[in-house]
Design a binder for this molecule. Sequence first.
Ligand SMILES: [Zn+2]
Length: 463
Amino acid sequence: MTTMIRGGTVVNADRAFRADVLCSNDKVVAIGENLDAPAGATIIDAGGQYVMPGGIDTHTHMQLPFMGTVTMDDFYTGTAAGLAGGTTTIMDFVIPDPKQSLLEAFHTWRGWAKKSAADYTFHVAVTWWDPSVHEEMGVLVREHGVNSFKHFMAYKNAIMADDETLVNSFRRALELGAIPTVHAENGELVYQLQQELLKKGITGAEAHPLSRPPEVEAEAANRAIAIANVLGTPVYIVHVSCAESLDAIARARAKGQRVYGEALAGHLVIDDSVYRHPDPEFARGHVMSPPFRSRHHQDALWQGLRGGNLHTTATDHCTFCAEQKAAGKDDFTRIPNGCGGVEERMAVIWDAGVNTGLLTPSEFVRVTSTNAAQIFNVYPRKGVVAVGADADLVVWDPNGSRTISASTQFSKGGFNVFEGRTVRGIPTHTVAAGKLVFERGELRAEAGAGRYIERPAFTPTTA
Ligand SMILES: [Zn+2]
C-alpha cells in the first residue's frame, strides 16, 4: 500500500516547508520536492493545503463505565470520529475499581479497545494502594508499555486517590521511569459543597460549577505539584481549566520543576453561561469536571499554551446521551460527567487559535500532537512528519469551513458542546497507519485497524 501526498506544505513543530510525502505501508518513507510516485500509488492532491502529523488526543474515555452507565462512544465509534477530525491516536484511561487488580482492569480495557479504528494507548489509573498495586505498576511498565499513571483527586467515595495513594504511587512511578498524571480537584471540598447546595434546594446543572470553583482545582494542583516536588517526580496535570491552576504550574516551572499541563478544546472556547441556559437538558449536556469557566480563564489558558506552561490539548471525550444525563435531573450530583470533542478538537483549536493569530501553524502542531508524543515517549514514531515515522497524517485546508452540529457528527450521543460554531480550517484527508481513512467528509474507518501503542519507560536521570 503506497500513498503519495503531493504539493502541500509540511508543518512540523520546528518548521514548515514545501514537500511531497510518500508513505509505504504504515510508515513515511520519503519527503522531498517532486518525488516520483510509484505505480499504483494513491495520490492525494494537497495543493494549497498543510500536511501535518495526525493529532494525538491525550485524554479520552471510550466505552467507559461511569456513574452507573456507559459512555455512548465505544472504541470503534470514538476513534472513527477522531479520524474524521484529523486525530489519529487517542490516549485513553484504564480505571480499575478500588481494590481491583490493575492488570485485570488493563486486560479488560485492552479487550474493549480491539475494535478501535485508530491507534490507541492507555494511561492506567491508580485508585487505591497496597503492595499488589506497587507490584502491578511494575508489570505494566516493564511488560505492557505503560509509562503514565493517572490519579483522580476528585470523586470521593468512588475512585478518589488520597494522599497516601498519591505519595506511594508517585514514588513508584519515579522508580519505574513513568510519569504520574492527576485530575486536580479537591474531592472532599467538592463533596461538601455539593451537599450544601442540595440542602439549599439548588439541584439543577447551575449548581455544578458552584460545587467546583477554581479554588478547588487550584488546591489540588498545588498539592500534586508539591508532592511531586518533594519526591522529585515530574507531574502532568490533565484538563487545566482555570487561571489559578495555571499559575501553580507556571510558578513551579519557573523554579525548575518538571510540570506539564493539558488544556481541553472545550475549556478554551466555552464559558460557564451554558449552566444557566433555560433548557435544563442543554445545561446538563455541558456537565463535566472541571466545569466550563468564566471568560478570563479562557484567555489565561490560551496564554498558557502560547507561553509554554500548557503543553498538550485534549478533549476528555466522554459522551452521554440526553436520557443518560437525565439521571441527574433532580440532583445535579447524579448527572453523568462528560462531553464530547474528539472529532472537533483540531478544527476548534485551529479556528480559535491560528485564525486569531494566537498560535502559529507550527505551534498548533506542537500543542495538538508533538508535545504529547514527546511527553509520553512515542516521539518520533508519532508527532512529526519525518521519514521513519508512522504514516499518521492530516491534510488541512486552512480555507475550508464547516458548521459543527450534532446532526452531522460521527460521534454518538446526539449532543455537541460546539453546536453551531462555524470553523475555518478543516481536515480534507486523514491518513492513519498509511491508509486513507477520511476523504472530504467521507469516513472509511475500519473496526480493528487501530493498534495498541506501547510507550517505553523514560530513561532514568543520573541526578
Ligand atoms: Zn477524563
